[in-house]
Design a protein around this ligand. Structure first.
Ligand SMILES: Cc1cc2nc3c(=O)[nH]c(=O)nc-3n(C[C@H](O)[C@H](O)[C@H](O)COP(=O)(O)OP(=O)(O)OC[C@H]3O[C@@H](n4cnc5c(N)ncnc54)[C@H](O)[C@@H]3O)c2cc1C
Length: 394
């Protein structure tokens, strides 16, 4: 199946169009045929990770001086959406590198420069560990501690839900260097290698979807991190990662849209093939309206999401607002589109002979991570309140 191809966004330049075609061809040829097997075996082939590395997908957010391509946020979104069409697991293996590259860029300094160069090596996989068993939406309340010792820090604590936790080479770990009352201001980012003494992957989660993506619980027991591996300024780590989320939220939105596009395409094909009452089900108006609503959601979400990515590229003051709008809207649309795709397949949608049940399972998490959609609405609502007060002069 070649797939329905959206003309949005219309304003991509020639280079971006060529890049989209390159990643699309790669993802549909090399990854899409493996998607069901990746889900079933909960394993993503190392050989494909290496090929994604050779294509430069892990180094999109790395400056050229450190061996990356310094791609725009829009270009990064293009890559992630195309990978997600094949399977969002591929996007999720790449995306922590993009988040980490941004954190390192915002932080600056020698440790960041060294790590950026390393992340540019094909095949080096990254993980970003902020969440903890007791600190999810309220991530400023983390309790992993970093105690000052001669030449560095000793880290103790437990990190939950670490994407790539089972396969990453390098982890960006957020730990408390200040007091609990300091909240966000007492958090510092540290670079920890997967083989560091005292660092263990305690558990891999058994998930509803994204089953080929490892999500780990990581334990830190007396892990020594030298000063050369402290990212940026002490106490500023939370600020770096929150700024990165403004950029990566549209990226999670496009991954959800990639899944939804694949679900719509599968539903469209099925609607022409499956016959009931003597004709293809796609000829019934009830089906056409369902498919039309899927396309309406998908295209409007894609438009706002790429606009949010462009605002991030422009470093617009509205970046945070539109990042949250795109993340919440596109991921809600993806959940609805994938659920409707199962409906189009009827009973066959509910079994794993067809891909739509997997897509529905994969879509759900996008409403939850990178800030739940309730948290996105809090951010949007707060900004609306600020503007309302400005208008009121209060
Ligand atoms: C598969 C997967 C991968 C992940 N990858 C990573 C990763 O790589 N790195 C990382 O650091 N984290 C990661 N996470 C963690 C993810 O970001 C958190 O799960 C998410 O932030 C929500 O936190 P929580 O699960 O503790 O839910 P909670 O914060 O406990 O929320 C529970 C419910 O309460 C709601 N809620 C909470 N506070 C409010 C509020 N103020 N107003 C209204 N509603 C509220 C939430 O929206 C949610 O519906 C991942 C999670 C999963 C499941």
């Amino acid at each position: 199946m070649t797939g329905f191809s959206s003309s949005l966004p219309t304003w991509l330049d020639d280079e971006q169009r060529v890049f989209r075609e390159t990643v699309r061809t790669f993802a549909r040829r090399e990854i899409q045929p493996l998607a069901a097997e990746i889900d079933r075996t909960e394993t993503f082939p190392r050989s494909v990770i290496d090929k994604m590395g050779q294509l430069g997908l892990f180094s999109l957010a790395i400056p050229e001086e450190f061996g990356g391509t310094d791609a725009s946020v829009v270009t990064q979104c293009i890559a992630l959406e195309e990978l997600a069409y094949a399977t969002p697991v591929a996007s999720l293996i790449v995306s922590p590198s993009l988040v980490m590259s941004l954190v390192l860029r915002y932080a600056g300094g020698e440790p960041s420069a060294r790590c950026l160069k390393r992340l540019g090596d094909p095949g080096v996989v990254a993980a970003v560990a902020l969440s903890e068993p007791g600190a999810g939406s309220d991530s400023a309340s983390i309790s992993t501690r970093a105690e000052r010792v001669a030449g560095g820090y000793i880290l103790n604590g437990r990190k939950q839900w670490v994407t790539n936790g089972g396969i990453a080479d390098v982890f960006c770990i957020f730990a408390r260097t200040g007091s609990t009352e300091d909240r966000a201001h007492g958090i510092t980012a540290f670079l920890v290698d997967s083989g560091a003494v005292g660092f263990t992957v305690a558990k891999l989660e058994n998930k509803m979807g994204l089953r080929g993506s490892t999500t780990a619980e990581c334990v830190l027991e007396q892990v020594y991190v030298s000063d050369e591996n402290v990212v940026g300024e002490v106490g500023k780590g939370f600020g770096y990662v929150m700024r990165a989320f403004d950029v990566t939220r549209p990226m999670m939105a496009v991954v959800a849209l990639g899944i939804a596009q694949a679900a719509l395409d599968a539903a469209l094909v099925y609607s022409t093939e499956r016959e009931q009452f003597g004709k293809p089900i796609g000829e019934f108006q009830g089906m056409q309206f369902l498919l039309a609503d899927m396309a309406i959601g998908l295209e409007s979400a894609r438009a706002i999401t790429y606009e949010a990515a462009r605002l991030a590229d422009l470093d617009s003051p509205d970046t945070t607002f539109f990042a949250s709008i795109s993340k919440s809207y596109a991921t809600d649309v993806a959940m609805s589109v994938t659920t409707d795709a199962v409906q189009v397949f009827g009973g066959y949608g509910y079994v794993n002979d067809f891909p739509v049940e997997r897509m529905m399972r994969d879509a759900k998490i996008f409403q939850i991570f990178e800030g739940t959609n309730q948290i996105q609405r809090m951010i949007i609502g707060r900004q609306l309140g600020r503007w309302a007060r400005e208008v009121n002069g209060s």
